[in-house]
Design a protein. Structure first.
Length: 217
């Protein structure tokens, strides 16, 4: 392939001693759906480097910590679902820059502070934030303070988000073509019982996807 369609990824996922490989997946028009897997830990900052990501669903897990400021780098993101987790802290102001974002669900977490304003955030409804009793600001009825003043834009990213590798899954992305090599490595997840439901969806205009299971020796 030529031009911007020349980058292909091989994705290796390790799950309970098995390797599952998806080969020759285009890097464009991709999404990750890792919902309902009982994953724990924090969202890795490095996800913000997946600049072609169109959708991210980590809902209905046990993800904790704060929402990484680095998600503001996902300029192609169209939908983001982090609902029904244990996320805390404020919604990063950097997410306002995601002008392609049409669907946002942060409901049923422990987020607090004032909801950022501007761009797509002016279009989201109450359902995007319900179940976070300490959130304030439009579109909720509770204003950010007695005068209804919204928060000022956050300062520069301090770079002290928590470790990248505490997430409950490992994905290795190896890019090849036009000299591109990109890796994403995350820590192993310790499973106690049963085989979890798991799926990763990556889609493009045209793609060739192959799954391969190899038991760890």
């Amino acid at each position: 392939m030529g031009g911007r369609f020349s980058y292909e990824y091989s994705i290796m996922v390790t799950m309970k001693g098995f390797f599952i490989e998806l080969e020759k997946v285009l890097t464009i028009f991709s999404c990750f759906d890792l919902s309902k897997n009982n994953f724990g830990g924090e969202i890795p900052i490095v996800i913000g480097k997946l600049s072609s990501l169109k959708g991210l669903n980590l809902s209905h897990n046990n993800v904790n910590g704060s929402i990484p400021h680095s998600l503001g780098n996902l300029t192609s993101l169209e939908w983001l679902d982090l609902s029904s987790n244990e996320l805390v802290g404020e919604i990063p102001q950097e997410l306002v820059s995601l002008t392609s974002l049409s669907v946002l669900d942060l409901s049923n977490n422990q987020l607090d502070g004032c909801i950022p304003q501007g761009n797509q955030f002016n279009t989201f409804e109450n359902s995007s934030y319900e179940g976070n009793p300490r959130l304030y600001g439009f579109p909720l009825t509770k204003s950010c303070d007695g005068n209804g003043t919204l928060q000022q834009p956050l300062g520069s990213f301090h770079g002290k988000d928590h470790e990248l590798w505490e997430f409950g899954w490992r994905v290795v992305l190896l890019g090849y073509g036009c000299g591109l090599v990109f890796g994403l490595l995350m820590g192993y997840f310790a499973f106690q019982t049963g085989k979890p439901k798991w799926f990763v969806t990556l889609f493009a205009g045209q793609h060739n996807q192959k799954a391969r299971n190899v038991k760890k020796g």
